[in-house]
Design a protein around this ligand. Structure first.
Ligand SMILES: [Zn+2]
Length: 510
C-alpha cells in the first residue's frame, strides 16, 4: 500500500519514503524459507497472499506458456528476492516496472526490482514464461507427468516449479486463480470451483478459483479428455470429479471409489468437524504413477490405486488430509506426521466402520508385525529426515502413536481433540509441539513421555498401544499378545492389505 502512495503522489513525504536512508539497509531475501529438510525451498523476505496463473497449454507438444501474477508483502527491506521456478522466463515486472532476473541453484529465480522494496510494502510481481515442462529435470526428475491426452502436475513436496513461479513452501499459503487455455475438446482440472469457460478460435479457457489458503504443493493442474461428474453432498457441498476417458479396466473401480467422495467427506466431518473448503472432488488421469495426493479440494489419484478393485480406503486417506494437511498445514516438512499419521488413522477408523478390523486391532497388528530389530522402528515419525519423510513408519507407526494417545487420554477427550484441532487451527500452519500442547490442554495430562516414545525415539516402544492396565486383565488374546510382540497370535485385519497398499501413495515421487 505504501508503494501505491509513492507512485501516485510525488509529495515530499513519498520521496522520503522511496529513498532509503541507507541503501545498505536493503538486503537480498534468503534463497530458502528456513526448512531444515529443504534449505532452498521457499524464500525469505516476503510472503505471497495470492497467485493468478494464466496459461496456454498444447497437449500435442507439451508446450506451456503464460503469465503468473503474484501479490506479496515484503517482510524486510529487500534489494532482491527469489522465486522458485524451473521454466524459461522472458520477462519479470515488479510493481509494473521491468526487473532484472537471473537463475541460480536448481530452482531459484533471482529478481532485482528497479526500486528496492520497503518492509511492509505491497508488491506485485508479474512473471512471463514458457517451456516444455516434461523435459525440465530438477534434482534429476520432473514432477510434470504427461498422459496420452495431456499432462498432470501433482507431486510432493515439489510440483509448482514446472508450471508456476512461487514461494514454494507450505508455510506460505495463498489463494489461487488458475486459468488455462487448451485446444477445444480438452478440459482443464484444478482446485476449487470452476468459475467459467470460454471458447475462441479453437481454444477453450477454463478458470478455477480456490478462495481459501492453499499450499503450493497442493495446487494441481490436469489437462486431458475427462468424463466429468458433478453433484452436491447431502450437506450441500459441490462435488466435481473427473476421470480420464482411457482408464481401461480400472475405470469402473475408480468411479465406484471416487464417486463416494461426498459420502466419505460427510462421514469424516463427524470426526474432524465441518469440511473447511467450498468444493470437493477427485480426478483420475491416465498416469503411470502409483500414488495419490491430497491436492486441495480436488484429490489426485493414480489409476493403479484401483487396479485391484474399489478402494475407498485411499479416498478416506486423501479426504482426511483436507483437514489434516491442507486446512491445517505443516510448518516444516519435519512435521509430516501431522499429515500422514492422521490420514492413516482415518483409514483405521474407516476399517472399523466397515467391520474390517477396529482401530485398536489394526494398531495392535502394526505393532506386533514389526519385530524390535526391524528397521521400521529406526524411523522417528516426529522427525524422520528428508529421506524417510514418506516412509511407511511415518504412516503406520504414526497411526499407532495416535491410538496410543487415544488409549492414554480416553475416547471422550481424544475425539474432542480430533475435531477441535482442525477447527482451532483452520487455514493455518502448525508444528507437532503445538499439537502436543493442544492435546495436553484438552486432556489435562502431561504427554511428553508419550510423544517422545512414539514419535521421537528410534526404537520399538516396550509396550504396544494398549489401554493402561488393560493388558493384564485380558485373557490371553490379541491385545496382550500385541504387547508381547507375538505376531503369530494376531489375525491380520481384513482391511490391512488395502491400508498397506496405500503406502504406495508416495512411491515414485522421484
Ligand atoms: Zn497421505
Amino acid at each position: 500500500m505504501r508503494k501505491r502512495l509513492i507512485v501516485s503522489a510525488a509529495s515530499a513525504l513519498s520521496l522520503f519514503l522511496a529513498v532509503p536512508a541507507s541503501a545498505t539497509d536493503f538486503q537480498p531475501g534468503a534463497a530458502g524459507i528456513g526448512d531444515p529438510y529443504y534449505p532452498t525451498y521457499g524464500n525469505g523476505g516476503y510472503r505471497v497472499s495470492h497467485y493468478d496463473i494464466r496459461l496456454k497449454y498444447q497437449p500435442a507438444t507439451d508446450e506451456l506458456e503464460g503469465t503468473t501474477t503474484i501479490l506479496a508483502t515484503a517482510t524486510q527491506d529487500l534489494s532482491r528476492f527469489d522465486l522458485d521456478f524451473a521454466l524459461n522466463v522472458s520477462e519479470v515486472r515488479v510493481n509494473g516496472r521491468p526487473a532484472t532476473f537471473a537463475t541460480s541453484g536448481e530452482q531459484e529465480l533471482e529478481i532485482t526490482p528497479a526500486r528496492p522494496l520497503a518492509k511492509g510494502s505491497q508488491v506485485t510481481v508479474v512473471v512471463r514464461y514458457k517451456g516444455v515442462p516434461s523435459t525440465v529435470k530438477k534434482y534429476g526428475f520432473t514432477a510434470w507427468h504427461r498422459t496420452p491426452d495431456g499432462a498432470v502436475a501433482a507431486d510432493e513436496p515439489e510440483a509448482a516449479w514446472w508450471w508456476f513461479p512461487s514461494n514454494d513452501h507450505p508455510s506460505n499459503k495463498a489463494t489461487f486463480d488458475v486459468s488455462v487455455q487448451v485446444p477445444d475438446g480438452n478440459q482443464v482440472i484444478s482446485n476449487g470451483v470452476l468459475t467459467g469457460t470460454s471458447s475462441q478460435a479453437g481454444w477453450t479457457r477454463y478458470s478455477w478459483r480456490e478462495n481459501k489458503p492453499q499450499a503450493t504443493y497442493l495446487t494441481t493442474l490436469a489437462v486431458g479428455k475427462f468424463d466429468i461428474t458433478t453433484d452436491t453432498t447431502a450437506s450441500g457441498l459441490p462435488v466435481y470429479n473427473a476421470y480420464s476417458k482411457d482408464l481401461g479396466d480400472n475405470a469402473d473401480a475408480a468411479r465406484a471409489s471416487v464417486e463416494r467422495t461426498g459420502e466419505l467427506v460427510d462421514w469424516l466431518s463427524g470426526y474432524f468437524g465441518d469440511y473447511p473448503f467450498s468444493s470437493v472432488g477427485g480426478y483420475v488421469p491416465n498416469v503411470p504413477t502409483g500414488y495419490a495426493l491430497e491436492t486441495q479440494t480436488r484429490v489426485f489419484y493414480s489409476p493403479k490405486q484401483f487396479a485391484k478393485g474399489t478402494n475407498t480406503s485411499v479416498v478416506v486417506h486423501e479426504l482426511a488430509h483436507q483437514w489434516y494437511g491442507d486446512s491445517v498445514s505443516l510448518s516444516r516438512w519435519s512435521d509430516i506426521w501431522l499429515n500422514e499419521g492422521f490420514a492413516r488413522y482415518a483409514q483405521l477408523l474407516w476399517s472399523e466402520h466397515e467391520n474390517e478390523g477396529t482401530a485398536q486391532e489394526v494398531a495392535d497388528y502394526i505393532y506386533a508385525s514389526h519385530p524390535a530389530d526391524d528397521a521400521f522402528w529406526t524411523v522417528k515419525p516426529g522427525d524422520p529426515g528428508p529421506a524417510n519423510q514418506f516412509s511407511s513408519a511415518v504412516y503406520d507407526r504414526g497411526a499407532v502413536a495416535i491410538q496410543a494417545l487415544r488409549n492414554t487420554i480416553g475416547d471422550e477427550k481424544f475425539f474432542r481433540i480430533l475435531k477441535g484441532w482442525p477447527t482451532e487451527r483452520k487455514y493455518g500452519n502448525a508444528t507437532i509441539a503445538e499439537f502436543q500442547a493442544y492435546a495436553e490442554k484438552v486432556s489435562g495430562q502431561k504427554l511428553g513421555d508419550l510423544f517422545k516414545t512414539w514419535l521421537f525415539t528410534p526404537a520399538k516402544p516396550a509396550v504396544g498401544p494398549v489401554v493402561p492396565g488393560a493388558a493384564a486383565t485380558l485373557a490371553p488374546g490379541a491385545r496382550a499378545d500385541a504387547a508381547r510382540d507375538d505376531v503369530t497370535a494376531l489375525v491380520e485385519p481384513k482391511s490391512w492389505k488395502q491400508i498397506q497398499e496405500t503406502n504406495s501413495v508416495h512411491d515414485g515421487l522421484r
